[in-house]
Design a binder for this molecule. Sequence first.
Ligand SMILES: [Zn+2]
Length: 247
Amino acid sequence: MIKELEQLVALQHLDTEIRHLKSELDAIPQRRAEIETEFEQRAFEFRVIENRRDEARKLRDQLERNLDETRARAERAERNLMSSKNEKDYTAAIREIDAARKQISQLETQILEQMEVIEQADAQIKEREPEIVRLRADLEEKLRRFEEQTRQQALALESRQREREQLAASLPRQIIALYDRISARVRDGVAVVEARNGSCTACFMALRPQVMAEIRRGAEIILCDNCSRILYYAPQSSEKSESKAAS
Ligand SMILES: [Zn+2]
């Protein structure tokens, strides 16, 4: 194979790898969100219990505030009772005290109910704690591995881009221009493809035996008649697929 054709194949491999790395790196937020969503799903039941406890705590606090207010109201009514000068004030104070006491008793019952909910939830949380600790450790490990993987991918991208620049600079201008023109035009951006088993591996168009023989010789740059991509012959992958087909 002529040197330029070899370089074009190498350039195509680099570009394909660069495209793949870029799309992996572009997908970082989505990939991270997927890891976190998986954790949230597995921790869902735990969250439900935690929410139930938090709600009960909130409600209990509210009830306790109401209880304090009602107790103050009862005390006020008791003072009014002591200082009542007539039948009307006396009756009103008694009625107020009764109402407040009834409410105090109701509030105390409701507070106890919420305390029970909190207690039960706490017990369930404690029971599930080891599981959630394991899930959280699992999440952190996955995120750590993910960060490391993306760091490696970013480094690989930089180094491939450097290699690509050097390689592109070493190719004759009209050849790199041809390559750029084709890769800009084709949908997948792949300008250099293998000719295998007598056809173009991009568009699957059958190649005339004479054209196939020229591609095998690799003495010049040959384009696919159908898709206009640059064709090359790779003896190794052709042998592999031919022996696979034979077996
Ligand atoms: Zn083709």
